[in-house]
Design a protein around this ligand. Structure first.
Ligand code: ATP
Ligand code: MG
Length: 165
């Protein structure tokens, strides 16, 4: 892992721009709710986290509904940020949730929709986050939508002038 200190906000905007056309074609809106937390300095492998965001947002577009939306939110925790990617699409039945991050696992009822896939996207996401010692979780309601939430290590400026003068 090539750890760097970087602002997460421009990374999200970069990924949203790359996926803009795909979202438009699928009539899905991408929304970034970043107004409370910018700048969001994290310590991670930028390229790999970019892949995580690509895979999650691609899924939300692919399994989202027409005229739906995907929102990306960041929350500040103690020494981490929590990133959430939420769609209002077809959702996932509870029985599938435990196996979702396995390689090649795909839900049959989703296969007919739009373009296919290999079932590797989420396995890669999980692998990358585990290599960073970070976690990912999912919550979903069929026909309502899905949220993937993962953590990133914060890396704030060290406190200057700390201690006695
Ligand atoms: P790939 O990402 O390799 O192109 P994929 O999208 O099928 O293929 P994953 O990203 O690993 O594979 O996702 C696994 C399965 O989980 C999907 O096939 C789909 O059934 C389900 N899934 C993933 N994200 C969502 C989502 N946002 N909403 C509903 N179902 C989802
Ligand atoms: Mg995928």
């Amino acid at each position: 892992i090539n750890y760097q200190r970087f602002d997460f906000v421009p990374l999200v905007k970069e990924v949203m721009e790359i996926l803009e056309d795909k979202a438009l074609t699928n009539k899905t809106k991408l929304i970034f709710k970043d107004k409370y937390t910018a700048p969001t300095m994290v310590y991670a492998d930028r390229e790999k986290i970019r892949q995580v965001m690509m895979n999650l947002i691609q899924n939300s577009i692919k399994y989202g509904r027409e005229n739906g939306s995907t929102s990306i939110k960041t929350f500040e925790l103690h020494d981490q940020y929590l990133i959430e990617v939420t769609d209002d699409g077809m959702g996932i039945e509870e029985k599938h949730l435990p196996r979702l991050f396995e390689r090649f696992y795909r839900i049959d009822s989703h296969r007919s929709r739009k373009e296919g896939g290999t079932g590797l996207g989420l396995a890669i996401v999980k692998h990358i986050l585990e290599a960073h010692q970070q976690t990912i979780s999912v919550r979903s309601t069929p026909n309502i939508g899905t949220t993937f939430a993962f953590t990133l290590q914060k890396n704030n400026e060290p406190l200057l002038n700390y201690g006695k003068k």
